[in-house]
Design a protein around this ligand. Structure first.
Ligand code: NDP
Ligand code: 8X3
Length: 256
C-alpha cells in the first residue's frame, strides 16, 4: 500500500462535507495537510481539531492568480504536494434550463470547471518534476445520469470526468495517478448551498432515507490514494444502497 503518513495532501473545499471529512481521514495516518476554502474561521477550527501539521489557505478557487500565488508560496514543508483532492464545488439551483439563473451557471462553471483546472495546472508541474503524485477529482453521478434541473451542474461534472481521463492520457509514462470519484446522494451542506440556504428544502432531499455520509466519501478518497503505487483507479462511482436508476421518461399525450 502507499504510505500516506509522510505525504502532503492538499484539499480544496475543506471547510465542509467531503473535504472536511477527508482532512480527518488523512490526519488519522499522520499526513501533512494543506486545507483550503473561503471560510477562514472554519479552516482554523479544523486545524485546531487535527493533530498533524496543517497549513490553511483562505482561497477562492475561481481566482486564477490567487490559486497560482498560493501554491507557489507554500511554506517549504508543505510545498511538495503528493495528493491533490480537487473537491471544492457546488450545485446552484435546480431550475429547468429555460428558467435557470445564468449567474448560477456561471458560478458552477467557474468553480467546478475552472477551479479544478487552475488547481490541477498549478500543482501538476511539481508532481511531474518529482515523478510522484495523485490527483483526486470530485465528479458526480450527475456527470453520467441526467435529471431534471441538473443541466449545467451535470455538465460541469461531465467535464471533470473527461478532463480526468484526458490527464491520464497525458500522464502515461509518469508515476502520477488520476482518479475521479463520482458520488451519488450524500448528505453534506451541498443541498443547503444548492437551495441558497433553505435548510427545510435541503433536509427534504435526505428525508426518510439513508444517504452516503461525508465520511463514506472520505473513505473512498483515502482508499484510492492508499492503494499500491502501480494501481490507478480511473473512475469510482459510488451510490448509497437506497439509490438506483429511473426508466426513461416518455411523454405521452392522453388520447381523447
Ligand atoms: P459542501 O457544500 O458541504 O462543501 C463544499 C466545499 O466546497 C466547501 O468547503 C466550500 O468551502 C468549498 N467551495 C465552494 N466554492 C468554493 C470556492 N469558490 N473556492 C473554494 N472553495 C469553495 O458540499 P460537498 O462536500 O457535498 O461537495 C464537495 C464536492 O463533491 C463538490 O464538488 C460537489 O459538487 C461534489 N459532490 C457532492 C455530492 C453530494 O451529494 N453531496 C455528490 C457528488 C458530488 P467555502 O464555502 O468555505 O469556500
Ligand atoms: C451531487 C449528486 O445527484 O444531487 O453531485 O447531482 S446529485
Amino acid at each position: 500500500m502507499t504510505d500516506l503518513s509522510k505525504s502532503t495532501v492538499f484539499i480544496t473545499g475543506a471547510t465542509s462535507g467531503f473535504g472536511a471529512a477527508a482532512a480527518h481521514r488523512f490526519a488519522q495516518v499522520g499526513s501533512r495537510l494543506v486545507l483550503c476554502g473561503r471560510r477562514t474561521e472554519r479552516l482554523e477550527a479544523l486545524r485546531a481539531e487535527l493533530h498533524v501539521p496543517v497549513h490553511i489557505l483562505t482561497l477562492d478557487v475561481r481566482d486564477r492568480d490567487a490559486v497560482f500565488a498560493a501554491i507557489e508560496s507554500l511554506p517549504p514543508e508543505f510545498a511538495e504536494i503528493d495528493v491533490l483532492v480537487n473537491n471544492a464545488g457546488l450545485a446552484a439551483g435546480l431550475g429547468k434550463a429555460h428558467e435557470a439563473d445564468l449567474d448560477d451557471w456561471d458560478v458552477m462553471v467557474d468553480t467546478n470547471i475552472k477551479g479544478v483546472m487552475y488547481c490541477t495546472r498549478a500543482v501538476l508541474p511539481g508532481m511531474i518534476a518529482r515523478n510522484r503524485g495523485h490527483l483526486i477529482q470530485l465528479g458526480s453521478v450527475a456527470a453520467t445520469y441526467p435529471y431534471p434541473g441538473g443541466n449545467a451542474y451535470g455538465g460541469t461534472k461531465a467535464f471533470v470526468a473527461q478532463f480526468s481521463l484526458g490527464l491520464r492520457s497525458d500522464l502515461v509514462g509518469t508515476k502520477v495517478r488520476v482518479t475521479v470519484i463520482e458520488p451519488g446522494l450524500c448528505e453534506t451542506e451541498f443541498s443547503i448551498v444548492r437551495f441558497r440556504g433553505d435548510v427545510e428544502r435541503a433536509n427534504k432531499v435526505y428525508e426518510n432515507t439513508t444517504p452516503l455520509t461525508g465520511d463514506d466519501v472520505a473513505e473512498c478518497i483515502f482508499w484510492t490514494a492508499s492503494l499500491p503505487a502501480n494501481i490507478n483507479i480511473n473512475r469510482l462511482e459510488v451510490m448509497p444502497v437506497v439509490q438506483a436508476f429511473s426508466p426513461f421518461t416518455i411523454h405521452r399525450v392522453p388520447s381523447t
